[in-house]
Write a protein that binds this ligand. Sequence first.
Ligand SMILES: Cc1cc2nc3c(=O)[nH]c(=O)nc-3n(C[C@H](O)[C@H](O)[C@H](O)COP(=O)(O)O)c2cc1C
Length: 213
Amino acid sequence: MLFDFAVVAPENRYKLLVSTVVPRPIAWVVTQDLEGRLNAAPFSFFNALSQEPPLVALGIGGRTAGDVKDTGNNIRATGEFVVNLVPASLAEQMNVTAIDFSADIDELAEAGLTTAASARIKPPRIAESPVALECERYMMIDVNNDRSIVLGRVVAMHVRDDAVMDAAKCYIDTPKLDLIGRMHGRGWYARTTDRFDLPRIAVSEWAKRKAAE
Ligand SMILES: Cc1cc2nc3c(=O)[nH]c(=O)nc-3n(C[C@H](O)[C@H](O)[C@H](O)COP(=O)(O)O)c2cc1C
């Protein structure tokens, strides 16, 4: 079936996109406002886009026209944020931080989480998260009056010690992180425990396979 986005309403475009572009990694974003008040929220319009410069992207919507949630407002004001990644063991806490609290509520305290100081930026990371990317705002694209795309430049990264296999070679034990992704609907998630290995094929290897047919 064809869904022509020229005639599909925005709320239905959302349903089509988020129920098919899956699983999406979850950026669990910590920011601070200009007074230093903490804020945390998950965002699954998220991915890593490039290594030079090292860029990640977040898609932040607003509750009302002109709004880009507390996270977007804080990134606009301070230019700094931490993207923490979400292991299965912290799914419930992540969900608590998605409650529509007012700007003065610290979602991390509500979820019973603690923070650890960042190395290069002011907002702290979530101490319980196994991976944290310290980011500086690289670009903020105001797509319309209640939707912004934030490009963040990763300036430092933390990985829990037991998941680092070889620090010099930057080898990470990814399965050990036990990260989750967001699936469809209002509450479906995927674990990353069902994996398979499919190495890339060199042109020479492909030629050999064709010759052997
Ligand atoms: C798993 C998950 C993923 C989410 N992804 C997004 C997203 O990509 N963009 C967005 O605007 N809101 C997203 N939300 C909703 C926000 O987390 C929620 O509106 C939150 O309260 C915003 O907090 P803030 O106002 O403190 O920034 C998501 C919620 C959950 C549970």
